[in-house]
Structures are given as structure tokens and as C-alpha cells.
Design a protein around this ligand. Structure first.
Ligand code: ATR
Length: 282
């Protein structure tokens, strides 16, 4: 089959700064092509000071939908017409649908994390979680876990106040939030390990091999399930693998956040395996 681009081709894209490392153009375009949708998905480099102009431009050019990445995920909220429930709780948006100039923001990272985790652990509502980090990614993960009925979540962050802010912001999401979420300092991680099942790193620590470890990874036990949302085998994951733990990197989350965006934009079931293959080929 040959890709046809003509006067009816719809345009989707991603805005970020930088954006050149994004894997989304390849795997979203593969999905459109496979589903027989006449659309392309391209990267748009947008400087922080140009964000408003870029969003106005998206409306003017009738770009049908777009993803949002660093550093615009929070800032973009003020330029949208409507925010979905998860965006309001998480405070960050990674997917926007354009309905004749009316822009609705979604956050598919929460769903992406949950669908990815289900590949590793089909059922996890009875597990006790430790989430490391309290930024936008952490909020998406925690939102997803609470929605799935998880009842114990420790949030360890360098700045404990940010973890406490999550508890405050999520208080109306579930009446038991105060009993589910437990903010803790980083130096309490090692003594907590005996009372948790799943460790999730949502910080950028591990992206560079020389990063100082988040805690003493030699304390990880074979029973622990370890997830890093970074899309590579970080030192944390290397140790988990060495110990024989169940572990997962950031690929499933990346894949399913994109699959959910595809579904929001097209109303069609996403071709997940086609998208996975396109991601793995990069
Ligand atoms: P994202 O949107 O990817 O979550 P973010 O909102 O900037 O990014 O959040 C980054 C998270 O990584 C924060 O929890 C941050 O901790 P602080 O809140 O204390 O800043 C955490 N983080 C980044 N570098 C870190 C480091 N070297 N050690 C520990 N935590 C780190």
C-alpha cells in the first residue's frame, strides 16, 4: 500500500521543546496508515514564549489534534477551551482534540500507565505501591492507580511538600484519599521496602547512567515488582532484573498513552500491535 497525501489529508502533531527525539510521529502515522485514515502526524518545535501563538495557529490551520510534551504540558492548560477530569486533577495535558476550533485537553498518561501495567500484572488493586517523584508524571500514575481501586500508595519525593500537595489536590477524587496516599521523604524508602509490593520511578533519575541512585537498589527483594517510566533499562531496572523481579520499562506507558490519544482523535480502536512494532523499530 502506498501512503496518499492529498487535499483531504488531516494533520496531527506534537508540540514540544525540544521535540526532535519524539517517537510519536512514526508510530502515530503508522497507526493512521494501518487504519486507512488519511492523516499524518508531524513534530512541531515550539519555544515556551511562542506557546500561545502555536495554539492559535493550530486553530487557524485546523490541525485536528496534537500531543503536548515538555515543557508545555502544564502551561498549555490556559489556552484550551475545556479540560477533562483527569487533566483537572493531574494539572497537565498531553493530548488535545480540535473540534472546529474548540480545543479539549486530555491526559492519556494515566490510562497509558495503567494499560501498560496490566501487561505486567493483570490485576493489582490489592498491591501496595511506592511511587517515587511528585511531578506531572507521578500525578498521572497516582490518578490512574486511585481510579483502579488501589488502596495503599506511598509517595516519596525529594521535596516532600510536593507529595503533600498531591494529597490535598486529590482529596475530592476519592473520599478515602487521606488513607490511601502517604507522602514520605526519600530517606525513608529503604525501611518502607518491606511493606510494599510495587516500586514505580516517575523521576528522571536513571536517564543518565551517572545519576545518583534514588535509594540503595541492593535492598530490592525478588518479590518486588519494579516499574520505571523511563524508556530504557535504567540502573534501577538492571538491579530488579538481577534480583529476578518482575519489571517493566517505560515502553508500555509510551505505547498506550499514544494508543489512547489515537482513540480520542479517531473514535477507532487503536492498532496497538502495529504501534508497538513501529516503536520497537525506532
Ligand atoms: P514530570 O512531568 O516528568 O513528572 P516534573 O514535574 O519536573 O517532571 O517532576 C520531576 C520529578 O522528579 C520531581 O518529583 C522531582 O523532585 P522534586 O519535586 O524534589 O524536584 C524529581 N527529581 C528530579 N531530579 C531528581 C533527583 N536528582 N533526585 C530525586 N528526585 C528528582
Amino acid at each position: 500500500m502506498e501512503i496518499k497525501i492529498n487535499g483531504e489529508t488531516e494533520v496531527y502533531g506534537i508540540i514540544g521543546y525540544p521535540v526532535k527525539h519524539s517517537k510519536s510521529p512514526q508510530f502515530q502515522t503508522s497507526a493512521f496508515f494501518y487504519a486507512g485514515i488519511n492523516a499524518v502526524y508531524v513534530p512541531f518545535q515550539v519555544r515556551p514564549e511562542d506557546l500561545k501563538k502555536a495554539v492559535d495557529g493550530i486553530r487557524a490551520l485546523s490541525i485536528k489534534g496534537f500531543n503536548v510534551t515538555v515543557p508545555h504540558k502544564e502551561e498549555v492548560l490556559k489556552y484550551l477551551d475545556e479540560l477533562s477530569e483527569e487533566v483537572r486533577y493531574i494539572g497537565a495535558c498531553n493530548t488535545v482534540a480540535n473540534l472546529d476550533g474548540y480545543l479539549k485537553g486530555y491526559n492519556t498518561d494515566a490510562d497509558g500507565f495503567i494499560q501498560g501495567l496490566k501487561e505486567l500484572l493483570p490485576s493489582f488493586s490489592d498491591k501496595r505501591f511506592l511511587i517515587i517523584g511528585a511531578g506531572g508524571a507521578s500525578r498521572a500514575v497516582i490518578y490512574g492507580l486511585i481510579k483502579e481501586g488501589v488502596q495503599t500508595i506511598f509517595i516519596a519525593n525529594r521535596t516532600v511538600k510536593k507529595a503533600e500537595k498531591i494529597v490535598e489536590d486529590f482529596s475530592s477524587l476519592h473520599r478515602l484519599v487521606g488513607e490511601i496516599l502517604h507522602p514520605v521523604p526519600m530517606d525513608s524508602i529503604e525501611k518502607l521496602l518491606g511493606s510494599i509490593d510495587v516500586i514505580v520511578n516517575t523521576t528522571s533519575v536513571g536517564l543518565k547512567n551517572e545519576d545518583r541512585p534514588l535509594f540503595d537498589y541492593s535492598k530490592i527483594k525478588p518479590e518486588h515488582i519494579v516499574v520505571d517510566i523511563i524508556y530504557k533499562k535504567t540502573p534501577l531496572l538492571q538491579e530488579a532484573e538481577k534480583k529476578g523481579c518482575l519489571w517493566q520499562d517505560g515502553l508500555p506507558m509510551l505505547l498506550y498513552q499514544g494508543a489512547k490519544a489515537f482513540e480520542i482523535w479517531t473514535g477507532k480502536k487503536p492498532p496497538v500491535e502495529v504501534m508497538r512494532r513501529a516503536l520497537l523499530q525506532q
